[in-house]
Design a protein around this ligand. Structure first.
Ligand code: DGT
Ligand code: MG
Length: 551
């Protein structure tokens, strides 16, 4: 093998994080009494995982319920068919890991690969950084490679320790980590010491690690079909796969796959950590006893939709399409067939308030769409039998940042109401920050929208705040003072209520400081009305309060 190939490959620095008995840990959070009893998480008649106490009795993942009960008669069982809590915790873990690298790849609900090569480079530039490794080391360390990979992997082991600590401190979950120069080795070595431990492997021990797997079906990346195909040419062990002539593998697989498989047996994996985005679709489906009436279909869809809205809420995006899946059962032929139909939905249904607490009117609107889709799939005037219903949202828009849209709303107003003043101010203001707004924005303004020019000092202050807003890296950094135009200073401890003209459900969702701002503005307007009656000037332009006034 070309030594340069190894050298380049060794540059990579990958951490694999796997949460310990994931579903079980989430269940303990919901019911701490489970902590000290052996328990399993059940889906249908299978124990999909168990806590480590139950594993001491021999309980293994995906064991039949009956076998598990025989092994451990005191085994407590928890239903784990609703994945909502697991899914939302899973995304929280990934978000924490994304603090360390842009390249985070999710695998299932409880595993993540993180490429930390850049972070390792950064740490190594700091001369005061003390390089050492933490946790377990797989294999022997007497013949370490001299290319520098050893130092990099040691630094990565320190980063892995920090990640696991963060996951524990922030979310209360313990995890394992594997550290290696590729994804394959990182994943395999991660499982060598469990639970709540981490293990690093240096490239010189790659072969030893692969041989420790015994059978090819234990290699991540080799599924059931591939291992069955390999068995037809008598390949069962890792050594079998290493020793077979590639021409033999080519009889079963294309040349790319044949090479890929043989590489795996040597611990070689060139695949990159693929950055995981948000899921392309968010969906749920439930198999059910025969449903033969439209009323029952509607009830089931209502239940599914409410559960799905909780997931959409956690995801944060605004759905644009909804898809219905139906499995029809034919009593004559005793066969089932799945069919799907999808439809656009109005994104405005999701734009105010909490999605999960969507008002019943909006839920009903979505249900009307769903029942329309259902009638396209099923001829409801004839007898029908449904054994599964599923719903998913598939296209999404990002939710706009409320502060950013507020600032843009107010900035437009500033441009409209103060063309002359800004020009005048600019000519007097020597501050380099105070560049004039672009002339094109003037042209868009219309005279009808103009209102009296605000006082010069306030305008000046507001303009400076907007300049600061422009300099913000992220709109989230916009402070509430930046939005304070003509508002009185408020005492943080004062009571605030929702102004009568504002939708209360929207108000409740706003950050506290924006609520303060709205309430202050409402009080100021109300006082003016009390003090000046009809002489009080109603502010028609883009004020914060007007932004939220019910249409
Ligand atoms: P660990 O990592 O050995 O400490 O234990 P877990 O429970 O984290 O197991 P893992 O990492 O293989 O899988 C993560 C979760 O995924 C696990 O808590 C339950 C679920 N799960 C695992 N295997 C299966 C399966 O074959 N079917 C189903 N439905 N769920 C599974
Ligand atoms: Mg796990």
């Amino acid at each position: 093998m070309n030594p340069d190939y190894y050298k380049d490959e060794h540059y990579r620095t990958i951490i694999h994080v796997d949460l310990d008995c994931f579903y079980a840990q989430v269940e303990v959070m919901k019911n701490p009494e489970l902590k000290n009893v052996p328990f399993g998480v059940q889906q249908k008649n299978i124990v999909v995982t168990s806590n480590y106490l139950a594993r001491e009795f021999g309980i293994r993942k995906c064991m039949l319920l009956s076998d598990a009960k025989q092994m451990c008669p005191n085994l407590v069982l928890v239903n784990g068919e609703d994945l909502n809590d697991y899914r939302s915790m899973s995304y929280k873990v990934t978000s924490l890991l994304q603090k360390y690298s842009n390249s985070v790849e999710r695998l299932g609900l409880d595993e993540n690969f993180i490429d930390v090569a850049n972070l390792v480079d950064e740490k190594l530039q700091d001369n005061t950084f003390q390089v050492h490794s933490v946790g377990n080391i797989f294999g022997n360390i007497e013949t370490l490679c001299q290319c520098g990979c050893e130092v990099r992997l040691k630094v990565a082991s320190l980063i892995a320790e920090e990640m696991r600590k963060l996951i524990y401190e922030e979310l209360g979950l313990t995890s394992c980590a594997g550290i290696a120069h590729n994804k394959l080795l990182a994943k395999i070595v991660c499982s060598k010491h469990k639970p709540n431990q981490q293990t690093v492997i240096f490239p010189n021990s790659a072969l030893e690690l692969m041989l420790s797997l015994n059978s090819v079906e234990n290699i991540p990346g080799i599924g059931k079909a591939t291992s069955e195909a390999l068995r037809t040419i008598n390949i069962r062990t890792i050594q079998d796969l290493q020793n077979i002539a590639i021409s033999e593998l080519n009889k079963l697989f294309d040349s790319e796959k044949a090479k890929f498989l043989q590489n795996l047996s040597y611990g070689i994996d060139k695949s990159l950590v693929k950055r995981s985005g948000k899921p392309l679709s968010i969906g749920l489906e439930d198999s059910c006893k025969l449903i033969s009436a439209e009323k029952e279909v509607k009830e089931k869809l209502t239940e599914l939709l409410k559960r799905l809205l909780i997931l959409v809420e956690a995801d944060g995006r605004i759905p644009k399409t909804i898809k219905l899946t139906v499995r029809k059962f034919d009593k004559l032929t005793k066969t089932s067939r799945r069919e799907t139909r999808q439809s656009n939905i109005n994104p405005h249904l999701f734009t105010s308030g909490k999605v999960a607490l969507m008002n019943s009117g909006n839920v009903d609107k979505i249900l009307i769409t769903l029942m329309g889709l259902f009638r396209k799939i099923v001829q409801v005037r004839r007898p029908f039998h449904i054994t599964l219903l599923g719903l998913s949202f598939n296209k999404f828009n990002e939710r706009p940042d409320i502060r950013r849209s507020l600032a843009l709303f107010l900035r437009k107003d500033l441009e409209v109401q103060s063309i002359t003043s800004i020009e005048n101010l600019n000519s007097n203001d020597s501050s380099p920050e105070s560049a004039a707004p672009s002339p094109s924005s003037y042209r868009e303004s219309s005279d009808q929208e103009c209102e009296p020019t605000p006082k010069r000092t306030k305008l000046n202050m507001f303009k400076r705040n907007l300049m600061e807003y422009d300099k913000c890296e992220s709109p989230c950094k916009l402070r509430v003072q930046d939005l304070q135009l003509n508002s009185e200073k408020h005492d943080n401890n004062q009571n605030i209520s929702c102004p009568p003209s504002v939708d209360e459900s929207v108000f409740k969702e706003l950050p506290l400081d924006v609520q303060h701002e709205l309430w202050s503005e409402y009080k100021r307007t109300r006082n003016e009305l009390v003090n000046f009656g009809n002489r009080a000037k109603r502010v028609k332009g883009n004020t914060l309060l007007n932004y939220f006034v019910k249409k």
